[in-house]
Design a binder for this molecule. Structure first.
Ligand code: NAD
Length: 424
């Protein structure tokens, strides 16, 4: 770690003063490299994380190239210098940035940090998750083949307890950009505070899908199930709480069970698979524990449960599970399960539905379903989360900012705001 940090430190002066055109040239080469190696990236992440290959191709391989293109488009107009009255304001690169990333969208999470950091003129040390590090090696190989000077991008692999701790406490790191669980985020925040490092955190979520009485219930439930089961539920923005009018609860549960039944579990390398295994033994244990907890908390098991899906006894497979009659204050409704588990919650009035949506430590994403578009915008504004979709479970345009309220994070990635954390 010391040698790597010394390299990043030594490379900073030159790279921080490089013209924007030079940075753009590197990012163009990175973009081409990501496109050229997309098939290999999809295969790598599919094998490591278990996301079905069709989705891994579109998302795990597709998003990193899209995000890089977005920053390529934004960089020329970023106001590194602007005039305010008789002052000139300069946005200078923050220094050496320590990037720490999770395993669920491993290359995407890395690119979300590395690309704007390099674009802003910072040097970078990336520590990917020990659970899924291989796509970071592909990123390193691509960057190594560009005109990037030695020491500007550095890769250090290893567990959080050793490599991660060494990085967050190193005095040469001036900014920590972290994506992962809220518990680890807290540790990173303490380390940043101890040394007055700059900090950005992208953390967990427990997002609500708020189905208003006038909504198309079938479309809302289908969209919610798709979001909840994306990457076998191992998605920070997953809609995991389905809030429905009390008199439509049973119908919503039936629709959810039907939508889940269409999600064929199996080998993620098979094109027909819709639901892959979980990423690790630890995840497998954690999710099964939550499913058992749901049963003891008194929720109704609509579909799924703790047994392995048929034909999937080997591997970290979990049945997609829907619970009905879930109490909003129960642990399965409050805690991030990070698996294919949906909680259906009843409400009486729209005001109560908004209150339930906001009764969470988290605030990452959400969804509002209604045929009244004006009302949708108004209600979306009352949901205390970083992103709210309307009649959709799609997250957002990659050129707009993303990030969490409350224990879902501090700061924003993507969009013009994405450069901010990496500048002084
Ligand atoms: P995690 O917190 O266990 O690990 C994330 C990273 O932190 C890994 O690289 C890990 O090695 C490292 N780490 C662990 N302990 C550390 C320590 N003591 N010091 C420094 N680094 C340490 O999270 P995970 O299981 O990899 O990822 C799942 C979590 O990430 C979920 O909570 C999910 O919601 C969240 N996530 C959030 C977003 C977002 O944008 N908000 C995106 C993806 C994932």
């Amino acid at each position: 770690m010391t040698i790597t940090l010394a390299a990043a430190h030594a490379a900073f002066d030159d790279w921080s003063q490089s013209p924007v055109a030079r940075r753009l040239a590197v990012l163009e080469q990175l973009h081409s490299g990501l496109l050229a190696r997309a098939g290999e990236i999809a295969q790598t992440v599919c094998r490591e994380v278990g996301m079905p290959i069709r989705l891994a191709t579109a998302i795990q391989a597709g998003l990193p190239a899209t995000v890089t293109r977005t920053y390529l488009d934004l960089l020329p107009s970023f106001p590194f210098r602007e005039t305010v009255g008789n002052s000139e304001v300069q946005y200078l690169p923050v220094g050496v940035v320590g990037c720490i990333t999770p395993w669920n969208y491993p290359l995407h999470q890395a690119v979300l940090k590395v690309v704007p950091a390099l674009a802003a003129g910072c040097t970078v040390v990336l520590k990917p998750s020990e659970v899924a590090p291989q796509s970071a090696y592909i990123l390193a190989e691509i960057l190594d083949s560009t005109g990037l000077p030695p020491g500007v991008f550095n890769l250090v692999c290893g567990p959080g307890a050793t490599a991660g701790e060494a990085l967050i406490h190193h005095p040469d790191v001036r900014m920590l950009s972290f994506t992962g669980s809220t518990d680890t985020g807290r540790r990173v925040a303490h380390a940043a505070a101890d040394d007055c490092k700059r900090l950005a955190l992208e953390l967990g979520g427990k997002s609500a899908s708020l189905v208003l009485p006038d909504a198309d219930l079938a479309a809302a439930v289908k969209g919610t199930v798709n979001s909840c089961l994306l990457n076998s539920g191992q998605t920070c923005t997953a809609l995991t709480r389905l809030l429905v009018p009390a008199d439509r609860h049973d119908e919503a549960c039936e629709l959810a069970a039907a939508a889940v039944a269409r999600m064929t579990p199996g080998n993620p390398l098979d094109e027909a698979t819709r639901l892959g295994p979980l990423a690790s033994a630890q995840q497998h244990r954690r999710v099964l524990d939550y499913i058992r907890l749901g049963l003891t908390e008194g929720a109704t098991l609509v579909t799924g449960g703790p047994d392995a899906p048929e034909g999937c006894a080997r591997g970290y497979f979990v049945k997609a599970t829907v619970f009905g009659h879930v109490r909003p204050d129960s642990r399965i409704a409050q805690e991030e399960i990070f698996g294919p588990v949906l909680s259906c919650i009843r409400y009486s009035t729209v005001e109560e539905a908004i209150a339930i949506a906001n009764d969470s430590d988290y605030g990452l994403s959400g969804s509002v379903w209604t045929t009244d578009i004006d009302r949708a915008a108004e209600i979306a504004g009352q949901v205390r989360t970083g992103v709210v979709a309307v009649n959709s479970s799609a997250i957002l345009d990659m050129a707009s900012p993303f990030g969490g309220f409350k224990k879902s994070g501090i700061g924003r990635e993507l969009g013009p705001e994405g450069f901010g954390p990496f500048t002084e």
